[in-house]
Design a protein around this ligand. Sequence first.
Ligand code: PLP
Ligand code: COI
Length: 339
Amino acid sequence: MKNTDWGKLPFGYFKTDYNVRVYHRDGKWGEIEVHSSEYVSIHIAATCLHYGQEAFEGMKVFQGKDGSIRVFRWEENAARMRSSADGIMMAPVPDELFWDAMVRVVKLNRKYVPPYGTGAALYVRPLLIGTGPQVGVKPATEYMFMIFVGPVGPYFKEGFNPVKIQLVRDYDRAAPQGTGQIKVGGNYAASLRPASRAKEEGFASVLFLDSKENKYIDEAGPANFFGIKGDTYVTPDSSTILPSITNKSIRQLAADMGMTVEMRHVPVEELEEFDEVGACGTAAIISPICQIHDRETGKEYNYCKDGKAGRKSTALYNKLRAIQYGEEPDPYGWITVIE
Ligand code: PLP
Ligand code: COI
């Protein structure tokens, strides 16, 4: 990959050589197919097109310091995809199939794994869709599981430099008893308008409030929110938040660094009390936040006075990255090496 400037990659689509696909028909999964086309041909009445039977995942593969190809916590993504499938009545993908498909597509696109030291990673995007036709609102009888991959840089162009985000009160991402806790396309469709507006207005992302009472911090766009005060790491608990695997990992790291970890409702007013705040996710990694602007009230919450990420967020970021890239031991068993 001579002409790729790995260190400057954005988070976006990057054409690679192969993707993999598997069909679920007559109640069972078929064989993994390898394709080089970027297009899929599906029935005009497929349920993914009409009724949103679609779930996806996002994982990263890293080239370690020793040259190994390292996947971060893939079993968690496989389990979450099953929970998404269950939530919108799709055929679940067994762990073994998830793993086999992932290893196949990563190995086939081996040359696209960014070299160690560039800060980039290979993003792995599994996708499960209802392909069987229905016109009445019913689950499909056929499904397709696919994975494509592509090298990526940080989700926010700022990388680990702090971003400004916009707190919104006039849009909800997901309903209180809806699909916010699973990773289905509809949640992202609902976020497009407020997220685009936030970008137009100069913010990297949007910060949603809980959709029942509009009182508590919810999702930070395509990432979870966290705040740090003193030695306490606080992250919202809510029925509309996607259980982030990155956040789960950071909670563990924070606890092991001697911090107190709290997962609970976080009232908007508490934004005043945090020393550091950030967004976390596979794509966002840890993105420190320097300002939260409440679009409705005009109130601004400012963090990181010198324009830099706070000390604790930086320590957590460094620790997570060191485990991912194999610079430090992985006592948690989070990494699986693809041989
Ligand atoms: N929240 C939303 C809405 C997301 O799309 C993501 C990304 O997957 C996350 C949070 C972070 O989850 P994870 O750390 O598992 O990538
Ligand atoms: C991820 O962090 O993997 C995501 O899926 C976020 C976004 C690109 C939807």
